[in-house]
Write a protein of this length. Structure first.
Length: 287
């Protein structure tokens, strides 16, 4: 009987010692968990200990930090310390200070114009054909503003080159009938009349132009070159549309001249000659 009681005391002492050791292990441990089972005289004691980070975990954390650093280095705005690059909803606007006229620390802000609003504004300016068909088929617009390092809005003192890239947003669309559509830039100033301006490069997803005035710019697609159509005095040479002419009307003093009608050559009169042709035929041959 004395032996049994002594064994029971010994068992209780072992349990207390194990509990104390496990408590110390929990306090001194790092991060992460694992389970161990300790058996003392037929009874199970479940304890949890914490392991220090493994070499693999440390490597993963370092790799994550390196990846974050690489991503920061690839930030477009970091690549353009002058702040002359902005991206809004997939539309990228960049400015090249080719004449070195912008003050140090100058930057731009860009706001996207809703597509329906941009299209309506462009169509209001371009107008329609004689049959009432809108000349502008599609449009994307942005509002560009320049600021100096103090956050004060300003206009460049000379031309800067602007590129608007929409390939990550969407392409401008036009009917397949028009094999040679024109991509134009419409400038809508805060004050004054809107105008189509000359571009240096133009595609269905990117366009470049020079300007020293900034507000709303809209990229448009149309069957005709609307810049040349609105500036006929700069055309060189001529376009031969004779194969596409369907009919013509000769008007004298606002009266249509019919076969057999005559006019008095000695008198002054207003003569107007109108040709009728399909718009898609005209778009094939304009220069």
């Amino acid at each position: 009987m004395t032996f049994i009681k002594g064994r029971e005391k010994m068992s209780k002492w072992i349990k207390k010692a194990l509990a104390l050791l496990l408590s110390i292990a929990l306090v001194l441990s790092g991060i992460g968990t694992s389970s161990i089972s300790v058996r003392a005289e037929g009874e199970s004691v479940l304890a949890t200990e914490t392991d220090a980070p493994t070499d693999e975990q440390s490597t993963e954390e370092v790799s994550t930090e390196e990846a974050t650093t690489e991503e920061s280095a690839e930030d477009p705005e970091e690549e353009n310390p002058g702040g002359l690059y902005r991206e809004v909803e997939g539309i990228r606007v960049s400015v090249n200070d080719k004449n070195s006229i912008l003050p140090e620390g100058a930057y731009i802000k860009v706001e996207k114009i809703e597509d329906e609003t941009a299209l309506q504004k462009a169509q209001d300016v371009a107008g329609t054909t004689a049959e009432g068909t809108e000349l502008i088929r599609d449009a994307v617009g942005v509002d560009i503003t320049f600021y100096n390092s103090d956050g004060v809005e300003f206009e460049p003192s000379d031309d800067v080159e602007v590129n608007i890239d929409i390939k990550d947003y969407r392409n401008l669309e036009i009917e397949d009938d028009f094999t040679n559509p024109s991509f134009d830039v419409l400038h809508i100033p805060d004050e004054g009349e809107p105008e189509f301006i000359e571009n240096t490069t133009a595609e269905d997803d990117s366009i470049s132009f020079d300007s020293d005035e900034f507000s709303t710019y809209i990229i448009t697609v149309s069957p005709l070159d609307l810049f040349l159509a609105n500036n006929p005095d700069i055309l060189s040479g001529y376009s031969d549309y004779s194969p596409y002419i369907k009919s013509h009307i000769l008007t004298v003093d606002n009266k249509e001249l019919l076969t057999g009608d005559t006019i008095e050559p000695s008198q002054q009169f207003k003569l107007e000659l109108t040709f009728n042709m399909k718009l898609n035929d005209m778009s094939k041959n304009i220069t």
